[in-house]
Design a protein around this ligand. Structure first.
Ligand code: SF4
Length: 386
């Protein structure tokens, strides 16, 4: 029997997150990865099996993005990915889909050989960089405590010299909020035109966000609202597209159908597979976290059984019950629901202790405030507000 309220026929996977290794060569202050000291690696056979199961279980649509993440992907050499990409293609077995490989990297190991590989395979590249050196080096450090900004700048220059496209993702901490112009200027000066602004999130081994401030104080949310409003003004006049604000404009212009809005709350829309074949769904950040009550959020292992079969048993059934309850509660309580779809389960769990919860610091920062900033600007443009 499927879990209550779940229609398994309509399930479709948009994103397959593969963990080539849990290891990371850095030790950033806000990192959520619990096993980043572990030098294990995924066998290509595991990647092949994950892709094969998606195909054989009828979970593929027209497009699939394979994201190599949940550790620093570039600590393994390009030769590893030659074999792993071939294994994924073999697993998909000629399925008629648009396949994109994507990596999110700290870029400290990105050399010419990597540029060759990324170019050859048209990999979608995301570079983690927090803006000016002082901000970046305060949080993004090596295991010996040295800053990494100079290495990331070299990698960016390398990609740009080769004409290879990439986007940047910054983590916005309380430190970032003081000077939005210096932050924006850094990306514009480097010729970076696509910027995602994540926030410092409370997740896994990083239990508190700097944006939340010291309980029970108000934290830094008003400052974050002002920061976003300033980024909006700058990006309207400049060349840097800020992902959250651009997404908010798109949502307001053309809200997607409710069922397509939020892959983090749709079973198997995102499938995350760990280096050893253990798999999870919903928020990718759940993979590998210590959560004994939920079996570490591991729903099964691709070497032992399929994705659909895992939906018939615990811990999926309990997870789905609580996540669906959280989405229903959001729908009842939140005026932003039609543009959000019920938020990110991982943040509900780590901030509120329950998947059935509603509002979080994360959703206020990443959903509500960008939408509010854009709405306010639209009202001013239309002469409805001063
Ligand atoms: S914005 Fe927050 S409270 Fe509103 S629907 Fe999304 S997750 Fe729920």
């Amino acid at each position: 029997m499927p879990a209550p309220g779940l229609t398994t026929r309509a399930l479709q996977t948009e994103m397959l997150v593969l963990q080539p290794t849990p290891f990371c060569n850095l030790d950033c202050s806000y990192c959520y990865l619990p096993q980043r000291h572990l030098r294990a690696r995924m066998a290509p056979a595991t990647a092949r099996l994950a892709a094969r199961r998606l195909r054989d279980e009828g979970l593929l649509g027209d497009e699939l993005t394979v994201v190599w993440h949940a550790g620093e992907p570039l600590v393994l050499p390009p030769a590893y990915y030659e074999a792993a990409f071939a294994a994924v293609a073999d697993g998909l077995g000629g399925a008629a889909i648009r396949l994109t490989h994507a990596i999110q990297t700290n870029a400290t190991l990105l050399d010419e050989a990597w540029c060759d590989f990324l170019q050859r395979h048209r990999v979608a590249v995301g570079i983690s960089v927090d803006g000016p050196a002082a901000l970046h080096d305060r949080h993004r450090r090596t295991r010996r405590g040295a800053g990494t900004h100079a290495a990331v700048e070299r990698a960016i220059a390398r990609l740009q010299a080769r004409g290879l496209p990439f986007h940047a993702i910054a983590v916005v901490t309380a430190d970032t909020l003081a000077d939005p112009d210096a932050f924006y200027d850094w990306f514009e000066r480097r010729g970076i035109t696509e910027l995602g602004c994540n926030i410092d999130e409370a997740e896994g081994p990083h239990p508190a966000s700097s944006l939340a401030g010291a309980a029970p104080g108000p934290g830094h949310e008003a400052a974050h609202a002002a920061f976003l409003a300033r980024l909006l003004e700058r990006s309207r006049q400049g060349r840097v597209v800020v992902r959250e604000l651009a997404a908010a404009w798109r949502l307001l212009r053309q809200p997607p159908p409710a069922g397509a809005l939020n892959p983090q709350t749709r079973p198997l829309a995102i499938v995350s597979v760990a280096h050893d074949g253990g798999f999870s769904t919903f928020s990718p950040e759940l993979l590998g976290q210590a959560a004994p009550a939920w079996g570490g959020f591991v729903l099964g292992n691709v070497h032992q059984g399929g994705f659909r079969a895992a939906l018939q048993r615990e811990p999926f059934a309990g997870l789905w019950r609580d996540i669906a309850a959280g989405v229903a509660a959001c729908e009842q309580a939140c005026p932003w629901f039609a543009l959000c779809g019920g938020g990110a389960p991982v943040n509900k769990w780590y901030e509120r202790g329950s998947f059935a919860a509603t509002e979080t610091l994360y959703c206020r920062s990443m959903v509500q405030r960008p939408l509010a900033a854009v709405l306010r600007r639209a009202e001013i443009d239309l002469g409805l507000a001063a």
